[in-house]
Design a protein around this ligand. Sequence first.
Ligand code: ADP
Length: 472
Amino acid sequence: MKLRTKLWLLLVLSAAMSMVLFGYTSVWIGKAANKGYALFQLNPLAQSIVDSIQEQPKLEIDVLQRTLDRAHADHPALRFVWLDDRGHSVYDTAGLNPTFTFSDLAMLMQNMPKSYLTADHISIITPATKGGQSYFLLLSVPASEMKQGEMYFLIRTLKSLLTLVVPLILSFSIPFLLALWFFSAVNKRIRKLNKALNQLNIQDHSPVAELIDSSKDELGQLTQHYNSMAHRIRNQFAQIQQFENKRKLLLSNLSHDLRTPLTTMLGYAEMIRTGNYQDQQELQARAKIILQRCRYMDKLLDQMLDISRQDADGLAIHPEDHNVSELVRKIAAEYILILDGDELLFDVEIPDEDIYLSIDAPLMERALRNLLDNAIRYGKDGQYLGIRLTADERSVAVIVKDKGKGIPPEHQAQIFERFYRVDSGRKGEGLGIGLAIVKDIAEAHQGSIEMNSTPNVETVFRITLPRNISTL
Ligand code: ADP
């Protein structure tokens, strides 16, 4: 059932129920809390006394006295006076036997409605005839013995019924109509939100249509939340898609990057097996190439492992006190050997004194190797490779510099992102995660990495590590 139908049913039912409830409770509470005589009870009482006296064959004083005394005994709060047609009291249950003039009686009759509301006593005069003579029964009640409130619905015609029922219905329906109006407005806003949620398509690339609801109530807040949620979902979906594209590219690069060296290696290994080489020097050269390719493949597989490991649980480091000067010296020596024979100036600057720092040495070595490999791979044209270690009392920095083609300014902001490569179409050069790994390693040591590159002039990568890594 729709909310709107539910509300209508609820309103109609509750209006009917409240009217019935109103009638019943007012009668019940009136009966319980409103004790006393009602005017409509007194008239029949007086008339019944008059009737019983009139039924007597003769008006005898003792019969009259007995009748009135019995009535008084039944209703001790009431006073009964039997008057003759000249206003003389024949019998008074109060024993005062007053005499009333015609004008006294007329005034009592005339003032009755008024005295009902204001006077101390209320008097009702009921005429009687007996033996051709006129009498009056005067019934008098103290106002305190009357009910404190009375309501009479005297419904004789449909018109008089309408005069009562129409205002009653109107007064009952106004709150319901207001509630209905309020609910309809709320319902409209909910439907708008519902429709928007239903139509939200995360794959749609057009901008998200903003829902406008300027009110500050819960629905207004919900609409705001919807707007920001829709934006967030779209952005996240776009990011996921981007990531997915990068993953696909990564896989195709990886399969290419693994196959190419493998083909070369197979060829050279076959050549060595069949002895198809001229001299020992050629054999050495081929073996060196096979070794290089193996190293490259080993590195690729390492990086693949890094990707899956970091996806699973981030980068965990195990720092210990290490001589950083020694570590950098060792790596520099290795690279001097690797670059042996290349036309390249290798500039190494390491302070003589030992610099001790709490680091995860294998990870740090890896970071440094990534930077050096990149400098050789992308910056060889500059024929310069620099490695420098500096330290002051607060930090230690390792700097790798080359003078090759560098990184164009428009790529510099994203260069540390995973899978980002300047020339993403070109295969056989890497997966685009080397620098992201260096950054992760530096940050895991509470340090940082910076890059400055002026294409074809110089490209500098600088890892800065704090001296005191307290909370590792
Ligand atoms: P990969 O080398 O596997 O592609 P990296 O994260 O190590 O991934 O490097 C990202 C990109 O940054 C490289 O593709 C390359 O274009 C660029 N780059 C990195 N180092 C240098 C450098 N020294 N000179 C020029 N370009 C560089």
